[in-house]
Design a protein around this ligand. Structure first.
Ligand code: F6R
Length: 241
């Protein structure tokens, strides 16, 4: 696992945007998985601006949404889908057929998982994943204790995810389950970048970087990745030895 520490959230976000841009420029038919959440917000804003300035051809790439809150409609501003569309996808020249997001309102979520797994397989796997990390060490909705060896699945959200997740919603929202790509998607991806910023993430970053690989802290799966990068700002690094 590689570790990169930036001076600021701004420079971390510029780097992340540049990595996504480089991926698309070097392989126009890239399959890229993107997380929602506060961490990548600035990177996506920078990326959207650069893609438009450079008139980058997005017609061959595929964008996959990492996860979604089960039962939350896409027009709810707290949904992952709403975030990805508003912070990036609606701002750039990409067609709906290239964007693949879980339908978390489906009455057959197992089918949603199968569709996503088959789609990723049919496209020969993920070229790049941009993920964040939760306060409990989750990646996507791969909650503590999850197997590193599974693909898309539906999972009960732990108490931390249910309470921290309220920050995305205007009113108190019941968040019980998530639908998510699995950690096997992550380990099989050709490149994975985990980003984190701010001192609130410093303890979880310390545990990932300095602790053992442990399913109780799912983000330690990054240590098993052949091309895994943990990219953080100085504040998120401030508990590291
Ligand atoms: C969201 C997602 C989550 C977040 C994580 C960190 O799509 O996959 O795992 O990446 O909870 O969230 P923020 O970035 O808001 O701190």
């Amino acid at each position: 696992m590689n570790l990169k520490i930036f001076e600021s959230y701004q420079s971390l976000s510029e780097y992340t945007a540049e990595e996504i841009l480089k991926q698309i420029e070097s392989k126009p038919d890239s399959v890229i998985c993107l997380a929602a959440g506060d961490t990548p917000r600035l990177a996506y804003q920078i990326l959207a601006r650069k893609l438009n300035e450079k008139k980058t051809d997005l017609s061959k790439c595929s964008i996959i949404g990492l996860d979604e809150w089960v039962g939350i409609p896409p027009d709810n501003e707290g949904s992952c889908q709403y975030f990805l569309r508003n912070e990036l996808l609606n701002l750039v020249n990409i067609s709906a057929s290239q964007v693949h997001l879980f339908n978390a309102l489906s009455d057959d979520l197992a089918r949603e998982c199968r569709i996503m797994n088959e789609l990723i397989k049919a496209r020969n796997g993920l070229d790049l994943m941009i993920v964040g990390v939760g306060m409990n060490g989750h990646i996507g909705f791969n909650e503590p204790g999850v197997s590193f060896d599974i693909y898309s699945h539906v999972i009960d959200l732990d108490n931390t995810t249910q309470s921290v997740g309220q920050k995305y919603f205007k009113t108190k929202t019941s968040l019980n389950k998530g639908i998510t790509l699995g950690l096997k998607h992550l380990t099989e991806s050709r490149k994975a970048i985990l980003i984190a910023n701010g001192s609130k993430k410093s303890n979880v970053i310390k545990a990932i970087v300095e602790g053992p690989i442990d399913s109780g802290l799912p983000a330690t799966v990054m240590k098993t990745h052949h091309n895994g990068w943990v990219v953080i700002d100085k504040e998120a690094a401030n508990s590291l030895i």
